[in-house]
Design a binder for this molecule. Structure first.
Ligand SMILES: OC[C@@H]1[C@@H](O)[C@H](O)[C@@H](O)c2[nH]c(CCc3ccccc3)c[n+]21
Length: 455
């Protein structure tokens, strides 16, 4: 059986708004998710990230848990509203000091800190000024990235500019199910462009700042399969792959937007007017992070079949695509379980950029956990999902794909965006009443798997 390279990175991942709490402490100012979570009806049960896992105060305990699990790396995000609270202008030293403490605690435990600079918590003043629909937000992001990279470059192992620009743009500005909750149809592609521009400007700013740490971006890629080889279904798959994957992969790795997607969405002229930005967007990077959860079988709508629920209705083109239930097992999110799709998306990126290092920066599953009388969480479903996707990583390595690491989503149960605390992805349970952490069966499995593979 293929073994993983000795330097394969085994990690866990989290994000600032989902775990930190302390939303008004030490100079942090509101983000768009503070605003969105407070908007009635947007988040399950009216949950907010006000307290979450109280990671702001309990990070040392959480890092110690990671050390006990034997992971090599911890992917966490820096909250822009802690570092540059108004989005631009004054820097909040207490915010930088917090992340330095997190990184130093990781290093003391032999855990490499991987930082995501933007995991959706945009400072509210920037949204008030247009958010990602405005080019100035891209410039503000680059300045925030430069400040953070300059302040923490000596303690951070790798930098990821953006987490999932597809979500920020399409869920935030088209579907409206994520902050800022806008439903602007194809104008959401303008947000996508400014996110990608912000990424490129940030890479240039961090490179200019010096430092050796690798720089990359994380994309949620969708493994897409046509329900049949009919022309209509193949067309649906082209649309879904275009809007979900190539709209981001092509500018980043080929320096050009996919013409079919721009044509599909009637945005060809808007993007043509900004073609000078492509050289910045395609600034060379050191790795791509891929968040993988599921594969999608898609077909053309027929009478009685509705638009694709995972491409929320107002998403451009979703009226022409439906996802087909293949009968595969699903997680509590309703996402079908297809470990082989992980290999497919890794191969898709490798084909575009041969040799570019790849990391699975998120993979995991939500299930309705039960706590036994002994306080243990025997989450066999999550363990089984994890095992299947770790074996898919092994298959990817066996095929010679440049997969360099895997980060399990998530270290902790946490604030699952519009689902609030109703959905648990952690390999460690969080009792939100007491903030007690309990390593689940899946966490023990991950610990044992990593120890065995590391040999
Ligand atoms: O939904 C689980 C995780 C989130 O908790 C992470 O913050 C986020 O990076 C992340 N991305 C995905 C896949 C894309 C997606 C996100 C939200 C909703 C639907 C699909 C799944 N997840």
């Amino acid at each position: 059986m293929t073994t993983f390279p000795a330097d394969f990175v085994w990690g866990t991942a989290t994000a600032s708004y989902q775990i930190e709490g302390a939303v008004a402490e030490d100079g942090r100012r509101p983000s768009t998710w503070d605003t969105f979570a407070r908007t009635p009806g947007k988040v399950w049960n009216g949950d907010t990230g006000d307290v979450a896992c109280d990671h702001y105060h309990r990070f040392a305990e959480d890092v110690a848990i990671m050390a006990d699990l034997g992971v090599d790396a911890y992917r966490f995000s820096v909250a822009w509203p802690r570092v540059v609270p108004e989005g631009t202008g004054a820097v909040n030293q207490a915010g930088l000091d917090f992340y330095r403490r997190v990184a130093e605690t990781c290093l003391e435990h032999g855990v490499q800190p991987y930082v995501t600079l933007y995991h959706w918590d945009l400072p509210q003043p920037l949204e008030d000024a247009g958010g990602w629909l405005s080019r100035s937000t891209a410039e503000a992001f680059a300045e925030y990235a430069r400040i953070t990279h300059e302040a923490l470059g000596d303690v951070i192992g790798s930098w990821i500019t953006l987490n999932e620009p597809w979500c920020s743009a399409l869920l935030g500005y088209a579907a409206g199910v994520h902050a800022p909750g806008q439903q602007l149809g194809t104008r959401s592609l303008e947000a996508a462009h400014h996110l990608l521009l912000g990424h490129g400007l940030a890479v240039q700013a961090m490179r200019a700042d010096g430092g050796e740490a690798p720089l990359g971006i994380t994309l949620n890629l969708h493994a897409v399969r046509a329900a049949s080889d009919s022309e209509a279904d193949l067309e649906a798959a082209r649309r879904y792959d275009g809007l979900g994957n190539r709209l981001f992969l092509d500018p980043l790795l080929r320096g050009a937007y996919p013409e079919d997607v721009l044509a599909d969405t009637g945005t060809t002229e808007w993007f043509a007017e900004r073609s000078d930005d492509l050289a910045t967007i395609a600034e060379p990077i050191d790795f791509i992070g891929i968040n993988y959860y599921s594969a999608h079988t898609v077909a053309a709508p027929e009478d009685g079949r509705f638009s694709d629920p995972s491409l929320p209705t107002p998403t451009p083109g979703s009226e022409r695509v439906v996802t087909v239930d293949t009968g595969a097992e699903k997680t509590q999110m309703g996402w079908e379980i297809h470990p082989d799709g992980l290999v497919d998306v890794l191969a898709q990126v490798h084909a575009l950029a041969p040799g570019l290092p790849l990391y699975v920066t998120e993979n995991g599953s939500a299930w309705p956990d039960e706590v036994g009388p002994d306080g243990r969480v025997e989450d066999e479903d999550r363990r089984r999902y994890l095992e299947a996707h770790l074996e898919a990583c092994r298959e990817a390595v066996a095929r010679g794909l440049p997969l360099k690491g895997y980060f399990c989503w998530s270290l902790l149960d946490n604030f699952e965006w519009a689902f609030g605390y109703d959905r648990r992805f952690g390999i460690v349970r969080v009792d939100y009443e007491t903030q007690q952490r309990t390593v689940k069966r899946s966490g023990e499995f991950y610990r044992d798997f990593v120890a065995r593979e590391r040999g």
